[in-house]
Design a protein around this ligand. Structure first.
Ligand code: FAD
Length: 311
């Protein structure tokens, strides 16, 4: 092994790749040179120096995914890295998928463990089926690999004194950004809440969600929701959306109301106690819950809210 190219649109997640390289070294593989590529608007070269990156290529944050991928393509042709490594995120995966196509290289995403490494093959574990299973896969190098964030934390950083800075060679783009509209956000941090009241399609109208907000306020918690509530019905903003496609939560208590318990929702819920309220006794949410209440939410919630108010 000689050269590794580390890419991340957000340089803060370079540490995921550096942590992975540390494990790679423990398995006996050497890395002579690390080349970094990131967006210039958030890159702090002093912090990046601490990671042992020798050359850093920067690109304008307004560049399109295909421009960045084509720029990376030029670097890969120049340095022939054995591994192109990144932290798994929507943006990183999307750009590297372009690159994988341009180079005809294999790409493995959501890597959570390195099981074996030889000079030309890595055996890796990756999260599949919305986090419910791991798939053991081996890949011939060179390859593109993206790592589940925070799975590999570096402990020995080999800082460099000097870092060579350059611009990523950008090509013309075939994609034109016409307009960027920021998503509506309330700034709610359901991922930090100790109590989350989750609402799903069991609620018949946006107006009815006030029952859940009242319950959450009595308990000192936050309201989260399933995908249809945020994405399809747009009753709540996306920062309340729980699931593989949006936010993961780790509360002490999760109360799921009118939520069926789809794996794409439940794989993002790591709660100490789960309470489910659903009128269908066969709803799959009950297989995840510590306490299950088979009831119509419109009958159950007013009773619960009244009892809590009295307390
Ligand atoms: C690629 C992909 C990604 C996805 N990502 C996500 C994600 O990130 N997050 C997510 O949540 N989903 C996600 N989904 C969607 C997911 O598969 C489910 O469709 C969704 O979670 C269902 O939402 P729900 O439970 O609110 O609605 P439903 O499945 O319609 O369930 C509503 C539940 O309410 C109950 N109910 C109805 N009326 C009442 C009442 N009066 N009282 C009590 N209970 C009642 C019903 O019995 C039912 O169980 C994704 C799907 C795909 C394909």
């Amino acid at each position: 092994m000689s050269t590794v190219l580390i890419f991340s649109n957000n340089p803060q997640s370079f540490t995921d790749a550096i942590g992975f390289l540390e494990v790679l070294k423990q398995k006996g593989l050497n890395v002579d040179k690390i080349i970094g590529v990131t967006s210039n608007n958030s890159a702090n070269t002093e912090d990046i120096k601490k990671l042992g990156i020798l050359e850093l290529y920067l690109y304008d944050s307004k560049s399109t995914d295909d421009q960045i991928a084509k720029g990376l393509f030029q670097l890969v042709k120049k340095f022939s890295p054995n591994i192109i490594l990144s932290s798994s995120s929507k943006t990183n995966n999307s750009i590297l998928a372009y690159l994988s196509g341009l180079l005809s290289l294999p790409m493995l995403t959501e890597i959570s463990d390195l099981l074996n490494a030889t000079s030309d093959t890595l055996t890796l574990s990756r999260s599949v089926l919305a986090g419910r299973a791991y798939s053991i896969e081996s890949v011939k190098l060179p390859a593109i690999i993206t790592i589940t964030p925070k799975k590999f934390t570096p402990s020995n950083l080999a800082a460099t004194n000097d870092i060579k800075l350059d611009n990523l060679p950008l090509q013309d783009t075939t994609v034109k950004i016409v307009e960027v509209t920021p998503k509506k956000r309330e700034g709610v941090k359901i991922e930090d809440a100790e109590i989350v009241v989750g609402v799903g399609r069991g609620f018949k109208s946006k107006e009815d969600l006030k029952l859940a907000f009242e319950l959450a306020s009595l308990l000192g918690g936050e309201v989260g929701c399933s995908r249809p509530i945020a994405a399809d019905l747009r009753w709540l903003p996306e920062d309340r959306w729980i699931g593989i496609s949006m936010k993961k939560i780790r509360p002490k208590l999760y109360i799921a109301i009118g939520i069926s318990g789809a794996p794409q929702h439940m794989s993002a819920v790591d709660a100490k106690i789960i309470v489910a309220v659903n009128k269908d006794k066969n709803a799959s949410i009950f297989s995840y819950s510590d306490y299950g209440i088979v009831a119509d939410l419109y009958q159950f919630l007013p009773i619960l809210i009244n009892k809590l108010k009295k307390k």
